[in-house]
Design a protein around this ligand. Structure first.
Ligand code: FES
Length: 155
C-alpha cells in the first residue's frame, strides 16, 4: 500500500463516562471524523491493560488511542492517571522495539467534548499516517496471520 493511500486503522479505548459519550455526541451532531477509527467502550481507562494495547498492535492496529475523563474527573479517582502512566510506558516500549511510540496516545475529554473528540481522532490519524503502516502488518502477512484489529473485545 502506498503512503498516499494509507488509511490508518486506529483503535480507541474510550471510557463510557466521557470519551465514549463524546464520540456519541460527535456522531449525534454529525461532526465528521476519520472513518478508520474503531471505538471500544471501557468502564474506565484505568481498566485498559498494557497487554490489551500491545495485542491491538499485534492484531494489526496502526495506532491506539486511550481516551479517558479529564484529569481530576475519573469516576474511579485515579484510573485515568494510571492509564496515562501505562500509555507513557507503552510509548517507550514501542520506541524501543521500533514501532514508534507516537502510535499510542492518551487523551482526556469530558462527555460534552464531541468536537474535541473528532479533532483528537483526526490528529491521531495524521500522526500515524506520518509513521506509516504498522510494521507488524508485513510480518503477519508473510506469516499467514490475520491482518485486522477487529478481534478486540469490550473490556
Ligand atoms: Fe473515565 Fe476513569 S471513569 S477515565
Amino acid at each position: 500500500m502506498s503512503e498516499a493511500t494509507f488509511e490508518p486503522k486506529i483503535l480507541a479505548f474510550a471510557c463510557r463516562h466521557c470519551a465514549y459519550a463524546a464520540a456519541d455526541l460527535a456522531g449525534g451532531l454529525r461532526i465528521q471524523y476519520p472513518p478508520g477509527v474503531r471505538i471500544v467502550e471501557v468502564p474506565c481507562t484505568g481498566r485498559v491493560e498494557v497487554t490489551e494495547v500491545l495485542h491491538a498492535f499485534e492484531r494489526g492496529a496502526d495506532g491506539v488511542m486511550v481516551a479517558g475523563c479529564l484529569e481530576g474527573d475519573c469516576h474511579y479517582l485515579e484510573g485515568n492517571l494510571n492509564a496515562k502512566r501505562r500509555v507513557q510506558y507503552i510509548a517507550k516500549l514501542l520506541d524501543q522495539i521500533g514501532l514508534g511510540g507516537r502510535r499510542v496516545a492518551m487523551v482526556n475529554l469530558s462527555s460534552a467534548m464531541g468536537a474535541q473528540f473528532a479533532e483528537k481522532v483526526a490528529e491521531m490519524m495524521e500522526q500515524v499516517q506520518e509513521l506509516g503502516p504498522n510494521p507488524l502488518h508485513a510480518i503477519r502477512n508473510t506469516d499467514g496471520g490475520h491482518n485486522d484489529c477487529s478481534g478486540t473485545e469490550n473490556a
